[in-house]
Design a protein around this ligand. Sequence first.
Ligand code: GLU
Length: 313
Amino acid sequence: MIGGIVAEIAAEMAAIADRGTVAGYIPPLARVPVDKFGLAVVMADGTLHMAGDAEEAFSIQSISKVFALTLALGAVGDQLWKRVGREPSGSAFNSIVQLETEHGIPRNPFINAGAIVVCDVLLGRLRPREAIGQMLRFVRELAGDDDTIRIDETVAQAEQDTGFRNMALANYMRAFGNIHGDVGMVLGTYFHFCALAMSCRQLAMAGRYLMDGGRVASETGPHRVITESRARRINALMMSCGHYDNSGDFAFRIGLPGKSGVGGGILAVAPGIASIAVWSPGLNEAGNSHLGQLALEWLVQRTGWSVFEPRAG
Ligand code: GLU
């Protein structure tokens, strides 16, 4: 049944003319054709359903913030929450305004300022090259994939060349003492994380640990990535803060933990049921994939997977 729904939604999306606007702030993203659409769903039993351009790699951008947070929690545990909050910001992903009144403590790890602090935390123990290598190994392992997941250096360089707001955020937090390391190295790491290129299939596979209480099934049995309570909390943050200042609307329409990126990807999790990745590069005004959100909305309507759906037991 789910295979049919996935195929049906991809076909319906192909017929929609209003696809939003592709991110234009860097040339490698601006060049991506707006008619791309991919959807991949991995079920708890491991079965995989895909449609459209689900095997084509795209820039996952801010979805990497979920994986960076997971690594940082593994490195320093709950100490992280002294330096990053857990509240929705209600502001744009790259906003600086709240940092002044909130003394350089970003609202949450999914806005740029928060993710930059997360990178600084990772660099407390590693050099940038090591942290980037660790991230790449981590997502490859989570996806159970080959070596095809890579960092797009053209994207990383373009982020670096145009990242003036991120530089402002990092320097501002440095002034408050909430960036400890070298600002240039922290940002270089952050830009490389944003430049991770993955397909919907790889992303949905990588999200399995959030579907399954922090574990991933492997040939040798379940492998624990993080504790169950951390997986639950990351899902809670994805639900409340995963879609920039559109997070409330995403929860309202879709009702799943999710994280979007300006490359047009969204990773969404139906705990205990499925890990879902969708990609359509045209964005809405808040910077979330326009068709990606619509596809997820139709998917939950047809499957009843919203976490707010009454469940037996
Ligand atoms: N890489 C961009 C930035 O840091 C945006 C990331 C995103 O929100 O997807 O400004």
